[in-house]
Design a protein around this ligand. Sequence first.
Ligand SMILES: C[S@@+](CC[C@H](N)C(=O)[O-])C[C@H]1O[C@@H](n2cnc3c(N)ncnc32)[C@H](O)[C@@H]1O
Length: 413
Amino acid sequence: MPALHWPGKQLNFPPAASLHLESVIAQGGEAPPTPNRLIWADNLPLMVHLLAEYEGKIDLIYADPPFFTDRTYAARIGHGEDSRRPQTWKLAEGYADEWKDLDEYLDFLYPRLVLMYRLLAPHGTLYLHLDWHANAYARVLLDEIFGSERFLNEIIWVYHGPSAIRRAFKRKHDTILVYVKGEKYTFNADAVRQPYHPSTYKTFASSPKAGFGKVPDLKRGKVPEDWWYFPVVARLHRERSGYPTQKPQALLERILLASSNAGDLVADFFCGSGTTAVAAARLGRRFLVADASWRAVHVTRMRLLREGTAFTLERQDSFSAPVRPLPAEWLSITDGQLHLRAPFLVDFWEVDDQWDGEIFRSRHQALRSRIQEQAPLSLPLTGNGSLCVRAVSRTGECYEFTGRADSPRPVPF
Ligand SMILES: C[S@@+](CC[C@H](N)C(=O)[O-])C[C@H]1O[C@@H](n2cnc3c(N)ncnc32)[C@H](O)[C@@H]1O
C-alpha cells in the first residue's frame, strides 16, 4: 500500500493536558451534572488526556482544522457582524493557518488524526473537512490510519461566492473525507432523505416505465448524492457569529443525522464558532468540543447559551485569560435584580448567586444578541447571598467580582 512520507514523519504525543474546570453553565437555576463539554485547549495534549476516559467511545468526530491556506483569519466583533455594515464591527484575533512548509502542517495533522481514530467507537465515523490545499495528503494519511477499505465518502460541499481568481476556474468547493472505524457503522439513510429533483417527478408522472423497471419511491425521497449544496454562512445572516470560516448549521445537521443517533457522543476538536455543538444540542446528541482560541470558545459559549443547553466549560491549565477585578461600584441591587453598569459595552455577563467559593455554577446569564449593541444589564438574584459575577467586554476583556449580595450594593469579600 503506498503511504505518505516526509522528513521527520513520526508519531510523537505530548504529555496529557491537565484540565481546569472553569464553570458549569445552566440557564436560570441549578446546574445539573452535564455530559456536554466545551474545552479551551490545544487539542493534541487534550486528546492524549481524553484517551483515559473516551478511548473507543466517541460515536462521531467532525474535524475542520486549518486548511493549509497560509493565511490568518480575523474575527468580527461588534453588533450585527454583518459584512454589509462594516462600521458596526471591529476586527479581533481569530486563528492562524500559517506554516513553515507542508512538512510542518503534516506534523500537525498526522498525530491528531491518529488520536481521533483511537477515540472513535468501533462503529464510529470521522468527517475530515478540508479543501484543495491539503485534502490529497490527508486522504493518503487516512488510508494509512483507518485502512483504505474504511473509506466511506468524499463529500464535495459546493457553494457560491466572489473570487479574485481570473486565470483559473473559481475554487468553490470543499472536500469532506469520511472514514468509518469498523465494518458496522451508523448510517441513517432515512434521516437525511431529500425530495427528488422536480424533473424526476415529471418524468415518472408522464411514464411509470421511465426508469427501465426501477421506480423511485417519490414520496420517501432519495438519499443525497456525495455532493452537497449549502450556501456559505456569509449569506445566512441569522446564524453568522463573526468567527471566521464558520460552517453552515445545515451542513453539520446532515452529518449528525446521518452518522449519529440521539444520545450519541459527538466530538469536534477544532470547534471554532461551535457549529457542531449547536447542531448536537438541537438534535439531542451529547457533545465534546474544543478549540485553542479563546474567542472561538467565547463565541461557542454564547451560541450554546442561546440554545438553552447545559454544559461545562473547561480550560487547559496552561491557558488563562487575564481576569481583572470587577469593582463593586459597577453593581447594584434592586427588587431581587442585579444590575451592571460598566464603562464599556458588555458582550456577556453571568452570575453564580450561590457561589461556594470553588466551582462557578453559572446560574443566570445575559448575552448580547446579534443585533444588540450590548447585553441586557439586569439579571435575577435568587441565591443565598454569596456572589460571583463574571463579565466579558465586547472587545474580550474579562472581569470578576466576588462578594455578598447586600442591598443596595454587593460587598466584596
Ligand atoms: C476552520 S476553523 C473551524 C470552524 C468551525 N467548524 C466553525 O463552524 O466555526 C479551525 C479552528 O481550529 C482551531 N485550532 C487550530 N489549531 C488548534 C489546536 N491545536 N487545538 C485546538 N484548536 C485548534 C482554530 O482556532 C480554529 O477555530
